[in-house]
Design a binder for this molecule. Structure first.
Ligand code: ZN
Length: 296
């Protein structure tokens, strides 16, 4: 039987009326691996810290199961190596497993060879643990900008099919405000899917998660994503971290006021907000939304 017969096409008007499916993504790292804490916690100390990522990922899997949604988990190679059971449970639940690099080093702070080694190692470890191909990559802290655009060549060289490493906004630690807002071929064979932004008053505003989702009222996120779907007719790329649903995580000593505010405000509200977000929009894995393929 031909595919055309198996999946009859909807009339164009009916297809246009269908709600757009957005991409839900989770950066799987623990609370002590966050870039803003890097000056306070050496990588060599990571193994000595209380691990909370396993339990937090379990909670996310339960939230997704309740909402009958699937998602993409950009996982650190460091996590996959130490907690392979987490990666297998994510895969067994029907979600996509992608790569967030190995040691959470910013792409902008590595040489080309260091960057290639890090993202190759992560891909190999995760594929070995998960037993399936890894196609997606997200740079830690959206650390690809005009100064290191060579990183896209390296991502393709390492065998990835898509990247989600740009947040096209102005931010003190990251951002590439003039980059395209939606999925685009950034070099032959590699798709870049930026984090969702809303265009208003001639500038891009964050609409795809991170601290903004916790700090600002939920209604603003709902309005922004609704506008991207209805006016731009584009899927939104949204992200969050397992530690953002964990109000009881150990506090990191010695950090500044701004870092503390960004990291700890509204942690208690994130899980209920995510449950609303899952109800208010349609969500799926990034590979299904953007590569038009998915479940192996
Ligand atoms: Zn990260």
């Amino acid at each position: 039987m031909s595919t055309a017969l198996a999946t009859p096409r909807l009339p164009i008007a009916a297809a246009a009326a269908l709600p757009i499916v957005n991409a839900l993504t989770i950066d799987v790292e623990d609370y002590f691996q966050v870039s803003a804490f890097a000056p306070h916690i050496a990588r060599s100390e990571w193994d000595t810290r209380e691990c909370r990522v396993e339990r937090n990922v379990e909670r996310i899997l339960a939230l997704l199961a309740d909402a009958h949604a699937t998602a993409t988990f950009f996982t650190l190679g460091w996590i996959a190596e130490r907690y392979p059971g987490v990666v297998r449970r994510i895969g067994d639940a029907g979600h996509e497993i992608a790569s967030h690099g190995h040691a959470h080093a910013r792409a902008s702070e590595q040489s080309r060879n260091e960057f290639l080694a890090d993202i190759r190692l992560a891909k190999a470890i995760i594929e070995d643990v998960a037993g399936r191909a890894v196609r997606g990559y997200r740079a830690p802290s959206f650390s690809i900008g005009t100064a290191n655009a060579w990183a896209f060549e390296v991502i393709a060289e390492a065998g990835y099919r898509y990247s989600s490493s740009i947040y096209p906004i102005r931010h003190d630690h990251y951002g590439m405000p003039d980059a395209p807002r939606f999925a685009h071929e950034v070099r032959p064979g590699l798709l870049e899917v930026p984090i969702a932004t809303m265009r208003l008053l001639n500038r891009n505003w964050p609409a795809g998660g991170g601290g903004y989702f916790r700090l600002l009222p939920y209604a603003l996120s709902r309005w922004s994503i609704g506008r991207i779907n209805a006016q731009d007719r584009q899927p939104a790329m949204f992200y969050f971290h397992p530690w953002e649903i964990d109000p009881d995580q150990p506090r990191i000593a010695g950090t500044g006021v701004k870092t503390r505010f960004r990291h700890y405000v509204n942690l208690r509200r994130t899980a209920p907000r995510l449950a609303r977000l899952l109800r208010d929009f349609r969500w799926s894995r990034a590979d299904q939304v953007f590569l038009g393929e998915g479940v192996e």
